[in-house]
Design a protein around this ligand. Structure first.
Ligand SMILES: O=C(O)c1cccc(C(=O)CC[C@H]2O[C@@H](n3cnc4c(=O)[nH]cnc43)[C@H](O)[C@@H]2O)c1
Length: 253
């Protein structure tokens, strides 16, 4: 559909497959692995790799190429699995970001962590369109809450408590959202983040990760939210994000 284009950014191919199957209305049922989904015409996907730097680079590249080719994107969806803050986001639940927050971008000091905004170097949070995020969360039966972006997966109770204290109400942590949002905001394209919880934020227990269940939950959430997502892509996310061709205010020159 011309004029309605959605860019999906995931870290790995399994997340992409889950999202595209959901958007195509074919979320997988439990059981043997399904075929990769057929592409939906107005959706393109990028498998960016893990972490905010890879996510920002891949998103910026996809947005710039599409714009140069005269087929710009109207909405960016960052999606994947995540760690959930247990009291709000249990295993298998889904979180839609009300804010996308860079949680470890800053400096350690004798008084504790100071983020880059407090240091005077720009922003540590991006805001998805509030109405759209709420509508997608409602359609998907998801928690609407801040999603933290970290470069290191939390592996201790101490760090989990520290993050929860600094970000009261946070629903989940993952590793790509802020990078995707940096690229999208600079290109003037609205951005959403949707995460399904594969593990709890806390002491590292790799055996307790429930990745297949989270991927299924992600797929079902995307199926349930497909209508508002496509409507938003047609409308450009409801509102344009501010565009930064120059460094963002407060960024070092
Ligand atoms: O701990 C390990 O051994 C390990 C092995 C393979 C991959 C990982 C990851 O951490 C993958 C991170 C990947 O998934 C998202 N994710 C999922 N849960 C979390 C989390 O609790 N904290 C941060 N990120 C998480 C993330 O967006 C990455 O794409 C670990």
């Amino acid at each position: 559909m011309p004029g309605s284009r959605l860019l999906v950014v995931t870290a790995v191919a399994a997340e992409r497959d889950a999202v595209l199957a959901g958007l195509a209305g074919k979320p997988p049922e439990p059981g043997p692995r399904h075929e990769p989904p057929q592409p939906v015409g107005s959706v393109e996907s990028v498998v960016a790799g893990v972490g905010p730097a890879a996510a920002a680079a891949a998103t910026a590249d996809a947005l710039a190429r599409a714009r140069a080719e005269g087929r710009p994107f109207h909405l960016v969806l960052c999606a994947g699995i995540a760690g959930g803050f247990a009291e709000r986001a249990p295993l298998g639940s889904v979180v839609v970001a009300s804010r996308i927050v860079a949680a470890d971008l800053g400096a350690g000091t004798a008084e504790g962590f100071v983020d880059v905004t407090e240091l005077g170097f720009g922003t540590v949070a991006h805001e998805p369109p509030a109405d759209l995020a709420a509508e997608v969360a409602g359609a998907a039966g998801a928690l609407l809450a801040p999603v933290l972006t970290v470069s290191t997966v939390t592996g201790t109770a101490g760090r989990a408590a520290d993050l929860a204290a600094r970000h009261p109400g946070a629903g989940a942590e993952a590793m790509e959202g802020f990078g995707v949002a940096e690229a999208a905001v600079r290109a003037g394209v609205p951005v959403l983040e949707v995460r399904a919880v594969s593990n709890t934020v806390g002491p590292r227990d790799r055996a307790a990760w429930r990745i297949p269940e989270a991927l299924r939950a992600l797929s079902h959430a995307c199926a349930a939210a497909a209508r508002p997502l496509f409507a938003a892509a047609r409308a450009g996310g409801g509102r344009r994000a501010p565009r930064h061709d120059r460094p963002a205010p407060g960024a070092p020159s």
